[in-house]
Design a protein around this ligand. Structure first.
Ligand SMILES: Cc1cc2nc3c(=O)[nH]c(=O)nc-3n(C[C@H](O)[C@H](O)[C@H](O)COP(=O)(O)O)c2cc1C
Length: 391
């Protein structure tokens, strides 16, 4: 059964409600880290507005039975065309949030992408998630560390590597800087005060252990503090992904390679040329360049550049099942969500993983039913701009 649990549903009927509860349960610095954008945070609004502009024309006079949400991506079938995006330092949002979401993704047969900067190591996630696990790689400059990470992913039997290319420089996010965390928290008096106001989060953190960069532990110098380790690790991966490095990675990795953080058709073509298997059209949830085009608007030009065969995954700003349908109607094959699943876990703890994914799925099913759309691949036919185009 993949319907939402009725009792949880009554309390948390949407990710918007989950976000409100999450905000009440997370320390402010963690909430800011999860929800913040860069600069004036206009990119966050742009992502939202671009999604809201996508309208669909429903067909009510139809023979449609139950719509089919099933989707195939890179040779694998999933229960629905969406998955969980990689989130660095996930254990700070809610203790063991990556493990909770990884288990839920497996239970619902959706993909879960583990961040390089995760608070849990890639070996453990593979055990929890099996074939549904993808490993997100920030490619370290140090060739030995890069090779070791890739070998670990191979030994753990990951089939999909998702390499993120949109952090050419350490990102200045005003909220995080003001909170004294260039990524995870330093123990300032203010942060301690903020934690004291969230006893549930603190109690869980004490029970489950403080978050740390578990996945990258082997590469950290001994006896380095959390704040210094953040700087060290960011420095390890920052810089542009050159075509040569990407090609080298393509040649080295025998499994499926997805490139994440593509917004420009020329970049999409470059990835296609080196043999990438799929792209994630993403502006990192408005966290990198405040003027970045909304991915939903970038889909059309990128699709035109790469042609109909290249699988396109989209993310940034997707919050509900209708948004997922909008992304697919605009030509994406799959959607990733970062913050929305995190809201579910922060709102409810362990049961939140399953619940948030079930709610998204139920909303998507409801959207298809409303549209009179029998299956995912037919969603583009319901795009208003397509339907109203003169013949
Ligand atoms: C707190 C946070 C941490 C993130 N960490 C990573 C990361 O480690 N690797 C990565 O490729 N993307 C990372 N992202 C970007 C997400 O994978 C995804 O692109 C983004 O969250 C999508 O936007 P949404 O949150 O509006 O769904 C992060 C996003 C957030 C919000």
């Amino acid at each position: 059964m993949s319907h939402p649990d009725p009792a949880l549903d009554q309390q948390f009927p949407s990710t918007a409600v989950m976000a409100q509860a999450a905000r009440r349960r997370m320390p402010k610095f963690a909430w800011d880290y999860l929800t913040g954008g860069i600069g004036r945070e206009e990119g966050l609004d742009r992502n939202r507005r671009a999604l809201d502009k996508v309208t669909l024309a429903p067909r009510y006079i139809t023979d449609l039975g139950k719509p089919d949400l099933g989707a195939t991506l890179l040779g694998r079938s999933f229960a629905a065309p969406f998955g969980v995006a990689p989130i660095g330092f996930g254990g700070m949002m809610w203790p063991q949030s990556p493990e909770i979401l990884a288990r839920a993704a497996k239970a619902l047969n959706l993909p879960f992408a583990l961040s390089t900067f995760s608070t849990v190591d890639l070996e453990r996630i593979k055990v929890l998630t099996g074939e549904n696990a993808w490993f997100q790689l920030y490619l370290p400059h140090d060739p030995e560390i890069a090779e070791d990470l890739i070998q670990r992913a191979e030994r753990a039997d990951y089939q999909v590597l998702l390499v993120t290319v949109d952090i050419p420089a350490n990102t200045r996010r005003p909220r995080d800087i003001a909170n004294g965390l260039s990524a995870p928290p330093r123990l300032t008096w203010r942060n301690v005060w903020e934690m004291a106001q969230r006893p549930g989060w603190v109690a869980e953190t004490i029970i489950k252990g403080s978050p740390e960069f578990k996945n990258l532990m082997p590469y950290l110098p001994k006896s380095i503090g959390l704040a210094d380790s953040t700087r060290y690790l960011l420095h390890l991966v920052e810089g542009h992904m050159t075509p040569a490095r990407l090609k080298q990675l393509r040649d080295r990795w025998q499994g499926r390679l997805i490139v994440k953080g593509i917004l420009h058709p020329e970049d999409a073509l470059a990835c296609q040329k080196i043999g990438a298997d799929a792209l994630v059209v993403s502006n990192h949830g408005g966290r990198q360049l405040d003027a970045a085009i909304a991915p939903i608007d970038a889909l059309g030009p990128i699709r035109q550049a790469v042609g109909p065969e290249m699988p396109l995954i989209v993310d940034s700003g997707f919050r509900n099942g209708l948004d997922i349908a909008r992304g697919l109607a605009k030509g994406a094959d799959f959607v990733l969500l970062g913050r929305a699943p995190a809201f579910g876990v922060a709102a409810m703890g362990a049961p939140g993983g399953d619940h948030v994914l079930r709610v998204l799925k139920a909303e998507l099913a409801g959207t298809l039913a409303q549209l009179g759309c029998p299956k995912i691949s037919e969603l583009p036919k319901f795009l208003t701009e397509t339907r109203h185009k003169p013949a």
